[in-house]
Structure formats: C-alpha cells, structure tokens
Design a protein around this ligand. Structure first.
Ligand SMILES: Nc1ncnc2c1ncn2[C@@H]1O[C@H](COP(=O)(O)OP(=O)(O)OP(=O)(O)O)[C@@H](O)[C@H]1O
Ligand code: SF4
Ligand SMILES: [Mg+2]
Length: 366
C-alpha cells in the first residue's frame, strides 16, 4: 500500500493516496472493517454493554445503511469508529480497521488527522459541522489546504468545483456567504462538500437528512449517493428510516439492542427480510408492507441497556420466540442473501416457525 503525500502524522503510511489507482490487494481490502466491536459504559451500578460483538465491512464506493429503532446503537457504532464516544464510554473489545490498518487503538493525537482527511463526517445538524464565524469559502479552502498539497489559488478553485458539484447556485458569490445565509438543505449540501473536500475514502453520515423537509431529503440523499459513487467513497449511512436506506444504500445492517441482527443486500432484505425484527421494520415503509406476506405485530419497545434479556434480545417481542431463544443467544448465520442472528436459520437445527395464520398483525416498529 502506498503512502499519502499529505502532512498527516502517524497514519499517513496506511492510507491510499488521494487520486491513486488501487492495486488488486487494495481493491479487495474493505475501506472499513469492524470486527467484534464491543463498547461499554462503566456505571456505579455495573457495566452497561452498549455494543456487543458488532462486525461488518464496507467496500470501496459502497453505501452501507445502518438502521434500527431509536437506541439500537447506530450512532454508538459510528462514534466508536471515529473515536468520538462520550466518556465514560470506551471500546472494550474487537477492532476497527481503515484501509486494512487498525485505528481503534490509536491515541487521540494520531486519530485527529484521520478525521476530515480519511474519514469525512456528516451529522444531522449541519451547523455542528460549520463554523458560524467564517464564510463557507474560507472553511472549504482551509480544509482543503490542511489536508491536500494545494496553494491558496488551487484550493479556491477546488472549493468552487465542490460547491458546483453539490449544486450550490452562483457558487462564486456564495463562497463569501456565511452558514446562516443558507437554507437547511443548502447548508447540508455545503457540509457534504466539506466532507468530500479532503477526498476521504470513507464518510460517516449520521441521520444526514432527518432535519430536512421530505422533498429536500430525497435530493440530498441522491446527491450524496452520486458523489460518493463518483469519488469512490465508501459510506456508512446511519438512519432510523428504512425508506432512506431503500433509496440510498447498497447493503443494509439492522441493529437491535446494541447488536447487529441482520445484514445483506438492500433489495433482498427489503423483499425477503430474514429476521423477525427486520420484517417489522420493513412493514413500516409505506408501500413495502404490501409486498410482505403478512404484517407483523411487534408489540413493546427495545430494552434499555440495563435490561437486555438473556438469549436473543428480541425474544420478548418476537412472534416466533421459543424456549431456546430465551436461553441461547444467536450469532449472525447465513440467511437468504445475507446473514441474520436468529435460530430460525440455524443451519444444523433450525427452530420451527410458529404459524401466524390466526394472528391479526400490524407493525409498529419505528
Ligand atoms: N453517554 C451515554 N451513556 C450511557 N448510555 C448511552 C450514552 N449514549 C447513548 N447511550 C445508550 O446507548 C444506546 C445506543 O444509543 P445510540 O445513540 O447509538 O442510539 P441510536 O441507534 O443512534 O438511536 P437514535 O435513532 O435515537 O439516534 C442507547 O440505549 C442509549 O441510551
Ligand atoms: S432467535 Fe428466536 S426470538 Fe430471536 S428473532 Fe429468532 S425466533 Fe425470534
Ligand atoms: Mg443516533
């Protein structure tokens, strides 16, 4: 793997250089690899396990959607990857690799240069990423010059190019505008430009469109998807909205109570979800429920971290739950076109499905 000609300290040798054509070995290396990730929050009453044995890869140029109800652990996963866990939260096990190189064990001073340069970040509120005191041109130029070997003039050209790419009208004039002079949708476009400015190979987008009008949401998602495909940037797209995943992602990872419970190609997971919880989630997408064989009634809510039941964490809400589910915890196993953590798919001794014919079911998983 070749080194990066940037001024980054510590990890520059690990990452492919911007604009560099990957060789075969690099092309087969996932951009992001998360293996057996465990996050704990020590409290006075014991240790809360916020993420337990979470594993997934994201390939170059791929959009992985991470979905689940509120509190499932989606943001926690993203925050652990970029080492922005709120204290006293800490990574207690597993590993995270970027471009094949371990990053979960890096001290903060070595991690700082990765954020922005190798990992772009887009959050729900664009104002958290933009400085109200500087024009967006200054912010873009500064980001570009911090991370890429460009002089002021080249960086200004690059900033203009990015603003045009993200669809800001009259980009030259808007370079001198301040964040408050943009609408919410336009601000999120600027944030996408900023996230792409240093040509990172990976972007984390956590609920990037949740605060926007529905009509603007679709435009922003289409933009993010197109630009990342053009730039070959891998994306981890965190959202509670299965509709957003359906529109944008290549694969989807479904989380429940701090665990990954299903992962697979988006179209297949939507058409034929393998985990009973995912079936309920799918039924919450307008229009999609009609393609499912029946609606699932998933009563109750996700457990608090302090009260995750033994065995399969979903068992109190699952219409198929049986004794084994309350006793043994299923890991991800092959199911459909992907994997699901459910004993219904045990390759050796699959749990029989409980016939739902007599049940009147409606999903309310949101
Ligand atoms: N600072 C913290 N200390 C202790 N527990 C926390 C902390 N932050 C989050 N949690 C817990 O960790 C779990 C996962 O939270 P997370 O923020 O990842 O949820 P999420 O899936 O992103 O949900 P949402 O859709 O609401 O954003 C939740 O049970 C939450 O209560
Ligand atoms: S393991 Fe059992 S409780 Fe859990 S989702 Fe599968 S059938 Fe339901
Ligand atoms: Mg969240």
């Amino acid at each position: 793997m070749s080194s990066t000609p940037s001024s980054d300290k510590g990890n520059q040798g690990a990452m492919p250089a911007a604009g560099h054509e990957p060789n075969a070995a690099e092309a087969s290396t996932p951009v992001l690899s998360v293996q057996h990730l465990r996050v704990e929050f020590p409290t006075r009453h014991g240790t809360l396990v916020a993420l337990d044995d979470v594993s997934f890869d994201i390939a170059p140029g791929e959009v992985l959607g991470v979905v689940g109800e509120s509190g499932a652990g989606k943001s926690m996963t993203g925050n652990a990857v970029i080492q922005l866990l709120e204290p006293p939260g800490r990574i207690a096990g597993g590993e995270v690799r970027l471009g094949g190189k371990r990053i979960d064990d890096l001290p903060e001073e070595d991690f700082v240069p990765l954020r922005g340069r190798h990992i772009g970040m887009i959050f729900q509120d664009p104002l958290t990423s933009l400085n109200p005191l500087f024009s967006i041109g200054d912010q873009l130029i500064e980001t570009i010059r911090t991370h890429l070997p460009m002089n002021e003039k080249q960086a200004r050209e690059e900033a203009l190019k990015l603003l045009r790419e993200v669809g800001i009208p009259a980009a030259e004039e808007r370079l001198n505008s301040y964040p408050h002079q943009f609408s919410g949708g336009m601000r999120q476009r600027v944030v996408i430009a900023l996230a792409l400015a240093a040509r990172p190979e990976f972007i984390i987008a956590d609920e990037p469109t949740t605060a926007l009008d529905v009509s603007v949401q679709a435009q922003i998602l289409a933009l993010l998807k197109r630009l990342c495909a053009d730039h070959g940037t891998a994306v981890m797209l965190v959202t509670h909205d299965m509709g957003v995943i359906a529109e944008t992602a290549d694969r989807v990872a479904v989380m429940y109570a701090g665990r990954l419970i299903e992962i697979g190609p988006v179209e297949e997971v939507i058409r034929d979800p393998q985990h009973p919880y995912t079936k309920g989630l799918m039924a919450s997408i307008p229009g999609i429920e009609k393609t499912l064989d029946r609606l699932y009634q998933i009563e109750g809510s996700m457990p608090r971290l302090a009260a995750i039941p033994p065995g399969c964490a979903f068992n109190p809400r699952c219409p198929h739950a049986q004794e084994r589910c309350r006793r043994e915890r299923p890991d991800l196993m092959p199911a459909g076109a992907g994997q699901a953590a459910c004993w219904l798919h045990d390759p050796v001794d699959p749990l029989p499905r409980i016939d739902q014919n007599d049940k009147q079911e409606h999903a309310h998983v949101r």
